[in-house]
Design a protein around this ligand. Structure first.
Ligand code: GLY
Length: 530
């Protein structure tokens, strides 16, 4: 089974599985297919994380996160008075980090792939060259981005020639198809060298960006040891730094385990209050301690120590909200549409792959590499541009996540796999910037503690708190009857989140061995299987 953000990408992955491919083969094909049919976040110009659990129980994690270019420096988004220049790390060429996706897919294939590489890239080439029908939601998003595409591109991307997109229109990416052909035929060299590298460097020069051919040649994705922890009956396997996701998720689940949430009720005042107070503390840890482990000594063992996690709840009062500003001052930022995309795969052997991949914001920095047809990320905004200054998700950071050449920016992406009694139980992850962690957290709780089905858990309403800014974002209907008022009485500030919090893709292994997909109704997401 494959669950992804786009029905065509899920179909591509299921087709690879039905031809005998394994979960990694399917993941590679889905990654490239999403780069075509879901350009909001699917990508070859971005990066991501992959968590794998093989049928024999062995686990691995691939970090293909973008890196800061060699010419990047700590104060690159500050003016002469050391104030952050609005939007410089979010839109346009300077916002892009060195892409990691293609190297990541090549490394995943070298270590675990079973089908020929070209067969995995080919379905994306067909989609890009022959075109595919736009969904209603995708047509709307392209129309919303038109002004930014015109403003930030040095040469007009061909699909902007169409003034307004409608559901069912065919979208083609001819330049992208040619770039994918180079990747199909030359692997890593098809992207990091030759014509694609030349076009990317030329694009950067025209737009005053920093990425050079030397940056591309130097980029390497890395295999890392997954973060894992036992919480009750479940073993959580997730992404280590430079993601904050795995650590934060295990901290949140460990705290929740100490309280009788099922007896208190799903999203009741008591349950929601406890979860918010835990989130406030866990996101404060994130801001202080998390960054690229290749540059900063992240105290992983200390952060995952159960006694430490329990101590973090010191000061928690069942009766009232803690004020985040008493702990650390924050400057709320207007949120840019958070993006990223997640897909979950289980193959016929029982191998499982959980992948979250991203351009950061919707359509990244809005810049297409002219002639090569792919969008670039704006992942540089995930660094802390200045200590305590919030990024586009309102997240703050310090030294651990300061900009440095060749460093990876901190992430919230949380591709996760759960075991129960030593057996594969769930594959889960989500999009949604800073809300990824709390989305994955709530879905796992919904299934493991409240007895939801996979689909029910993914569909259920969500809320989110991230320490700073000090408010609870809540989807319409997420908080049970009276919960909103009850939380307000305790002193929580609650803001409605229109358009949804996160978008998740999950697979649950049922007791009889069948798989249940959870595809998020907040998007066009679809499960495909056989
Ligand atoms: N760009 C979103 C994240 O990595 O957390």
């Amino acid at each position: 089974m494959v669950v992804s953000a786009h029905p065509l990408a899920s179909q591509v992955g299921a087709e690879i599985l039905s031809r005998g491919g394994n979960a990694i083969d399917a993941a590679i094909a889905v990654q490239f297919a999403l780069a075509v049919v879901y350009p909001d976040a699917g990508n070859i110009g971005g990066g991501g994380f992959l968590v794998l659990r093989q049928k024999d129980g062995s686990v691995d994690a691939l970090d293909y996160r973008e890196k800061a270019p060699a010419a990047a420096h700590r104060d690159m988004y500050l003016d002469q008075e050391k104030n952050v220049i609005e939007d410089l790390s979010v839109k346009g060429h300077l916002a892009a980090g060195v892409p990691g996706t293609v190297d990541g897919m090549v490394k995943a294939h070298e270590k675990y792939g079973s089908m020929p590489w070209r067969d995995l890239v080919q379905p994306a080439i067909v989609l890009a060259a022959k075109g595919f029908p736009l969904t209603k939601k995708e047509a709307k998003k392209l129309n919303q981005q038109r002004a930014d595409f015109l403003k930030y591109n040095t040469q007009r991307p061909s699909f902007i020639l169409q003034h307004r997109w409608h559901e069912g229109d065919s979208l083609y990416f001819k330049d992208l198809a040619r770039t994918l052909e180079l990747i199909r035929d030359k692997g890593r060299a098809g992207f990091y060298e030759g014509p694609t590298a030349n076009l990317l460097e030329a694009e950067m020069k025209r737009g005053k960006g920093l990425i050079t051919k030397a940056d591309l040649a130097a980029y390497q994705s890395v295999w890392r040891t997954p973060i894992s922890g036992q919480v009750g009956k479940y073993r959580i396997i997730s992404m280590p730094p430079p993601s904050s996701g795995g650590i934060a998720l295990i901290q949140l689940l460990t705290i929740a385990q100490d309280y009788p949430l099922p007896a208190w009720g799903w999203n009741s005042v008591k349950s929601a209050h406890l979860m918010i107070e835990a989130e406030r503390r866990v996101y404060a840890d994130r801001a202080k301690h998390l960054g690229d482990p290749d540059f900063y000594k992240v105290p992983v063992a200390g952060l995952l120590d159960t006694a430490y996690i329990r101590r973090r709840m010191y000061g928690y009062s069942p009766g009232e909200a803690t004020d985040s500003d008493d702990v650390y001052p924050g400057i709320p930022a207007p949120p840019e549409s958070p993006h990223t995309t997640h897909y979950s795969i289980v193959d016929t052997q029982g191998n499982a792959v959980s992948v979250t991949t991203t351009l950061n914001s919707s359509f990244g920095c809005k810049v297409f590499v002219a002639g090569a047809g792919f969008l670039l990320n704006n992942e540089m905004d995930d660094f802390s541009a200045k200590p305590g200054y919030p990024n586009t998700y309102g997240l703050v950071g310090e030294e651990a996540n300061a900009i440095a050449p060749g460093k990876r920016m901190l992430s919230s992406m949380t591709p996760t796999i759960l075991e129960k009694d030593g057996k594969l139980y769930m594959v889960i992850g989500a999009m949604g910037g800073s809300t990824i962690i709390t989305t994955v957290y709530q879905i796992i709780q919904n299934v493991t503690r409240f007895g939801f089905t996979m689909q029910g858990a993914v569909s259920a309403g969500r809320f989110h708190h991230q320490w700073l800014p000090d408010w609870v974002l809540a989807e319409w209907g997420a908080l049970g009857p009276g919960t909103g008022v009850g939380l307000w009485v305790k002193g929580h500030k609650i803001a409605p989140k229109y358009g949804g919090i996160g978008r998740a893709a999950g697979i649950l292994v049922l007791p009889d061995g069948r798989l249940e997909g959870g595809a998020d109704p907040r998007g066009d997401d679809a499960a495909a299987g056989f």
